[in-house]
Write a protein that binds this ligand. Structure first.
Ligand SMILES: [Zn+2]
Length: 255
């Protein structure tokens, strides 16, 4: 990858956001590769719909690219709330690429979040737009990056240093079994994985993870037996290769 994007800067655009879009998409077309297969380039979609900016010709993986000068790993603004929730339930969110660039148009950070890490718990509803806004009443959403498990954050470029494509693809493949879990059930799986990571100990007991019971009950108000659900999801995570069962009631998170 060539991390300098300045060469793609157009002269005919007026707003900064337009310029940023042109520059980062032109850069992406020349430099982005597919993490889901071996394809060395992904194709830019000029008339994008449904938030897809790039698509892989070989495996059809879809990518959305979001760029900014600032970097906020807690949340980033996204499109309409209802459309996003619908996309999650129907399992058609694209892979998300979040790019940060410097004032001189060099790529500093590029984070890839595989599509199957987006769940309802990772989406925050924004306040409706005010009566004076052009789209009064419209409700947008934020993607809560802080609610996404670290397994779902692939550092393609970190602080100006590129991770080898082999490593990015390996990591993507390791987490890919998640995509086999039904989109509705996956919310539970990922919320329990996130709760395990919050423990900050790779080895933990059932009692340790039960501490997350209240938080999970709030996120899933229709479920009355949260502990049983936690145990079930620990088995799912074991079957997917994220956890190892050590002993009776003792678990280990695999990195
Ligand atoms: Zn591909």
């Amino acid at each position: 990858m060539n991390l300098e994007m300045g060469q793609y800067k157009p002269s005919r655009f007026k707003s900064n956001s337009q310029i940023a879009r042109v520059v980062t998409e032109a850069w992406g077309e020349k430099n982005l590769y597919c993490a889901a297969c071996k394809a060395s380039r992904i194709i830019r979609l000029r008339h994008n719909t449904k938030a897809v900016d790039f698509r892989c010709d070989s495996c059809s993986a879809a990518y959305q690219l979001k760029s900014s000068r600032t970097w906020n790993e807690r949340r980033i603004p996204d499109a309409g709330y209802n459309a996003m929730m619908e996309a999650i339930v129907q399992d058609r969110t694209p892979n998300l690429l979040i790019l940060q660039y410097s004032p001189s148009w060099a790529v500093i950070n590029l984070l890839l979040i595989p599509s199957f890490f987006f769940t309802m718990s990772t989406i925050e509803k924004r306040k409706p737009l005010s009566q004076n806004a052009r789209r009064a009443g419209w409700i947008g959403c934020n993607i809560l990056l802080s609610a996404i498990s670290s397994h779902g954050k692939l550092r393609v470029i970190r602080d100006g240093v590129e991770t080898s494509p082999d490593n990015v693809r390996k990591h993507y493949q390791q987490t890919r079994p998640l995509s086999s879990v039904n989109a509705k059930a996956r919310g539970w799986t990922l919320d329990v994985l996130r709760a395990v990571q919050k423990l900050e100990h790779s080895t933990f007991s059932l009692q340790d993870i039960y501490a997350a019971e209240e938080e999970l009950a709030i996120a899933h108000p229709n479920n009355r037996n949260v502990r049983a659900k936690i145990r079930q999801q620990l088995q799912v995570l074991r079957d997917l290769g994220f956890l190892t069962f050590r002993d009776r009631g003792i678990y280990e998170l695999r990195e």
